[in-house]
Design a protein around this ligand. Structure first.
Ligand code: NAP
Length: 281
């Protein structure tokens, strides 16, 4: 399928899973728009993507995804600059060792790793619907961590007992449940929503993480990839054009987590997320 006339927005496109997705898409001739906080890093990433793929059509937008005001500006800027959005790839993420509260009153790990995906998706949903068929893909993680995924509704943001790795995992579970709930809400629309495990992708994620994560990163180094096959596949393949509400492993296989989807948890997470959102959608 020709990807050249489509618009792809990739959060976290300057590094890790986002960049590996951008490379995969650029190889297919796509125009990618990447998002991160730092313009110089985006420019550097786009240079690398162009060098790797021969596709220099990539552009960038800058936003701090920990702040909903910045996400709103990002969505507005995107809508001013582009007429369509065919794929939104929610790939940004970060690990925080300590609890921090943003100026908007949200715990930062939760803000970046979950709320940003919820808010940006909802801000762009009208455009995705108008551009349909379109797709939303969201990174979650290794299925062995997801098989018993449950969100801690009593302390969604880990405000009472903060632990960086637990907060990261809880946000990952929330992204998984969010994806299934989103797919349910998008039934009848020409927009699909799927979650994916990227596999082992070259990353900066552990740069500020605890020592044991750094050690784990050394172990995984030989297996690291810098192109993400599954996110590229989910963004472009006709095979999955109408598939929605599924979890795809790095090898493109569906793991049937949707069968265990707890609809009540999906609705509860959605309404709690709306309460934490500073804008009505
Ligand atoms: N890498 C893997 O193998 C792997 C495997 C499974 C799951 N994951 C998940 O994938 C997600 C991303 O990991 P990664 O490996 O891609 O990490 P990474 O290499 O550190 O990249 C993170 C990206 O997110 C952006 N970002 C972080 N905070 C941001 C903010 N406040 N505002 C805007 N952009 C922000 C970063 O840009 P700036 O910092 O420059 O703003 C960067 O582009 C995480 O949730 C991780 O758990 C990764």
């Amino acid at each position: 399928m020709n990807q050249t006339d489509k618009v792809f927005l990739i959060t976290g496109g300057s590094s890790g899973v986002g960049k590996a997705t951008a490379i995969g898409l650029a190889q297919k001739g796509a125009k990618v728009v990447i998002v991160n906080r730092n313009a110089a890093q985006s420019q550097q990433a786009l240079k690398e993507i162009a060098h790797r793929t021969g596709n220099d059509q990539g552009t960038y937008l800058t936003a701090d995804l920990s702040l909903q005001s910045s996400i709103r500006n990002l969505a507005d800027e995107f809508k001013r600059k582009y007429d369509n959005l065919h794929v939104l790839a929610n790939c940004a993420g970060a690990i925080f060792n300590q609890k921090q509260i943003t100026s908007e009153g949200i715990e930062r790990s939760f803000a970046v790793n979950y709320m940003s995906h919820f808010v940006l998706t909802n801000q762009l949903l009208d455009m995705l619907k108008a551009s349909g068929p379109s797709r939303i893909i969201t990174v979650t993680g290794n299925p062995s961590f997801l098989k018993n995924a449950k969100v801690n509704f009593d302390d969604l943001q880990h405000l009472n007992q903060f632990n960086g790795m637990m907060a990261t995992a809880n946000a990952m579970y929330a992204r998984q449940i969010f994806t299934f709930e989103l797919a349910k809400r998008l039934k009848g629309e020409k927009v699909t929503a799927n979650a994916f495990n990227p596999g082992v992708i070259k990353s900066n994620l552990t740069a500020h993480s605890p020592w044991y994560m750094k050690l784990l990163a050394v172990f995984y180094k030989p297996f690291e990839k810098d192109v993400c096959g599954v996110s590229t596949y989910l963004s472009t393949s006709e095979e999955v054009q109408n598939v929605s509400g599924r979890f795809f492993n790095h090898n493109r296989n569906i793991i049937p987590f949707h069968e265990k989807f707890d609809r009540k948890a999906g609705e509860k997470l959605w309404s709690m997320s709306e309460e934490l959102s500073l804008t009505d959608f």
